[in-house]
Ligand binder design. Structure first.
Ligand code: MN
Ligand code: MN
Length: 324
């Protein structure tokens, strides 16, 4: 007789069976269709129709799922055990039926995430390019009002129209501010750098009141002071965390469409994230992992490791609200 688990839940304890076995789900969590069974839903958004340069992030969710199976149950730095704090489930991929129609696709993503947030499930998404954060924020803001946001990225993504589109991956947070999904006074953008063709490229961020921390300022201040500044800016209200993998130095995250030299080290990024414990997180995402440019799954693995830190933050926030 062939031995196989009767229920996928048999895999829910990553240590119960070898971590390299079974179908890859995010962190080897049980897949769920039933939203009443989930507190935090990890969702793949395999869409990169908003990319302005090198495509490939549509392959991100599958690669991050695979690499996330390497991770274990407990964060040894903080002792946080996210799977005991909340029911974490892999909700599968956001199904996009019109991937070649940018605005239609974004509405489809929005509709999917409304289903998630309206069921009271906190979304943790894996893109996909950064354009996907706008429709996710539409759903999140509907549930929580304009949110604060901690945005770690080489780019502010507050550009405007590009080649006739207002919804490419360089503009989601200008749109989000215009649509009052985020409160610019409670937004901090960390790791900004690189070349630009427009001297006012990131002017919107500053004029709207966002706190922009360039990579140079980050290097001068260090992760500890930057984390303190992020806590001050985000305050006690609901806050969303969006992590663009291109914030990392290209040597540690080559698999991304728009690399910029001289970025965060993975360890700095992990320490920065761990220092955000206790904020009132209501969702998060990891975007721009583009496996076609990756080298030996380095980017997807570092991305999965960052995703685990974000999961820990969300799980603690969930447990704090539940206990309150
Ligand atoms: Mn971005
Ligand atoms: Mn970026």
């Amino acid at each position: 007789m062939i031995k196989q688990p009767t229920k996928y839940q048999d895999f829910h304890d990553p240590q119960a069976r070898p971590r390299y076995t079974g179908i890859a789900t995010f962190f080897r969590t049980a897949p769920a269709q039933d939203l009443s069974d989930a507190d935090i839903g990890v969702v793949g958004v395999p869409f990169d129709g908003g990319v302005t340069n090198r495509t490939g992030a549509r392959h991100g969710p599958r690669s991050v799922r695979d690499q996330s199976t390497l991770l274990r149950r407990i964060n040894s730095a903080t002792q946080v055990a996210p799977f005991t704090l909340a029911r974490v489930r892999d909700l599968g991929d956001c199904w996009i039926e019109h991937p070649y129609e940018l605005e239609t696709a974004l509405f489809e993503i929005e509709s999917f995430f409304r289903t998630v947030t309206e069921a009271g499930v906190m979304p943790l998404s894996v893109g996909g390019d950064h354009a996907i954060s706008l429709p996710i924020l539409r759903a999140v803001a509907d549930a929580h009002g304009p949110v604060g946001m901690i945005h770690i990225d080489a780019h502010c993504d507050t550009g405007d129209d590009y080649l006739g589109s207002r919804f490419h991956h360089g503009a989601p947070f200008r749109r989000a501010a215009e649509e009052k999904l985020i409160d610019p006074a409670r937004v901090i953008q960390i790791g900004i750098r690189g070349t630009t063709n427009d001297p006012d490229m990131w002017g919107f961020s500053q004029r709207s009141g966002m706190r922009v921390i360039s990579m140079d300022e980050f290097a001068d201040l260090g992760w500890r002071a930057v984390a303190e500044e992020a806590r001050r800016v985000a305050g006690s209200g609901p806050v969303y965390l969006t992590y663009d993998i291109d914030s990392l130095d290209p040597s540690q995250a080559p698999g991304t469409g728009t690399p910029e030299a001289g970025g965060l080290g993975v360890h700095e990024a992990l320490r920065l994230l761990r220092s955000l414990r206790g904020l009132n997180f209501v969702g998060g995402d990891l975007v721009e992992v583009a496996p076609p440019f990756d080298i030996g799954t380095l980017t997807a693995f570092n991305g999965a490791s960052i995703l685990f830190e974000i999961l820990c933050l969300l799980a603690e926030a969930f447990a704090a609200r539940k206990g309150a």
